[in-house]
Design a protein around this ligand. Structure first.
Ligand SMILES: NC(=O)c1ccc[n+]([C@@H]2O[C@H](COP(=O)([O-])OP(=O)(O)OC[C@H]3O[C@@H](n4cnc5c(N)ncnc54)[C@H](OP(=O)(O)O)[C@@H]3O)[C@@H](O)[C@H]2O)c1
Length: 291
């Protein structure tokens, strides 16, 4: 249960549960109600959505309807959404944040992330990406100061993108949400974020929805069998034990419950064995070429 797992203290001073519920590709009112109900029952108190997921309205409605069943209110939930790549720029960014608030039916967001460092419609190599995403960041910083966004952060930012952001930003990002798992360990980025007080939050910890090679990796399955834990639990625990947040996505009730039961230790040797997996594979989009 979430109660036995730590929260992380962000550089805003606010707490965030280290395990959140991922909602990419979960759509449709009845499905959203079913999974949000299962997630709340299993102890999830943090939900990750995005404008591009097309599910903000249904998630907002499901939370409003289901929270009282668990004796919870909006303030007990950590809600994250993200700015779409098509909404970069000063005016568009402010409008996008307000639109997300309105679709979710909330007066504030706990976290709002720039989903992607590139601007839709502009070539990845163009230096205009930097100029426009800087405007985006300044617009979000103003909403953060107003308290409508209680935390702001980025997603899919490389060390280069972060260094450029630091050169001009007044507000430092609280989070960098990136692909992170034993097949894509991002050691340099992880160290960089730690050194700058930015919380690294992992996505696709299980390899995403279209690939089984991570949950079927022989190192993962052998630890899983020895410990009597599922491969997913081993992968999620590996991140959490390093202080990295996770956002497992599932529409399957027993998996939803299992993915938050991470209160078991991995030995130093098992942590090392997972970190020593040689296979390097990226399962989601790659921001390395975005200027
Ligand atoms: N910022 C970004 O650019 C970005 C990109 C990708 C993802 N994300 C966020 O991170 C979240 C998680 O990443 P993700 O959606 O890519 O996928 P993921 O959590 O790595 O994997 C989801 C897949 O694993 C399966 N699964 C879940 N629990 C399992 C278990 N215990 N055992 C075996 N299989 C299991 C799910 O199947 P069922 O659903 O059928 O159970 C689904 O096919 C997203 O939902 C989203 O919130 C962010």
């Amino acid at each position: 249960m979430a109660g036995s797992l730590p929260s992380v203290t962000l550089n805003t001073g606010r707490l965030m549960p280290i395990v959140g519920f991922g909602t990419f590709q979960i759509v449709g009112r009845s499905q959203i109600f079913r999974v949000v109900d299962a997630a709340l029952a299993s102890g999830y108190r943090s939900f990750d959505t995005a404008a591009v997921y097309g599910n903000e309205e249904d998630i907002g409605e499901a939370l409003r309807e289901l929270l009282p069943k668990y004796g919870l209110t909006r303030n007990d939930i950590f809600l994250t959404s993200k700015l779409a790549p098509s909404d970069h720029g000063k005016n568009a960014a402010e409008r996008a944040a307000r639109d997300s608030l309105s679709r979710l039916g909330v007066s504030y967001l706990d976290m709002y992330l720039v989903h992607w460092p590139g601007v839709a419609g502009i070539p990845m190599e163009s230096s205009r990406n930097l100029q426009i995403r800087t405007e985006t960041w300044n617009a979000l910083s103003a909403l953060y100061k107003q308290g409508i966004l209680r935390g702001i952060g980025v997603s899919n930012y490389t060390v280069k993108h972060l260094e450029e952001l630091f050169a001009s930003c007044e507000v430092k990002p609280a989070i960098n949400q990136v692909e992170f798992h034993p097949h894509f360990q991002q050691k340099e980025l992880f160290k960089f974020c730690e050194a700058h007080g930015i919380h690294l939050q992992a996505y696709s910890s299980l390899g995403g929805s279209h690939n089984r090679s991570l949950v079927q990796d022989p190192v993962v399955t052998s630890i899983s069998q020895r410990l009597g834990k599922s491969p997913a639990q081993v992968l999620l625990r590996w991140a959490v034990q390093q202080g990295v947040g996770v956002l497992p996505k599932s529409v399957t009730p027993n998996r939803i419950a299992e993915n938050i039961k991470l209160n078991f230790p991995l030995s130093e040797a098992d942590m090392m064995a997972l970190a020593s997996i040689k296979r390097v594979e990226k399962y989601a989009w790659n921001p390395a070429r975005v200027a």
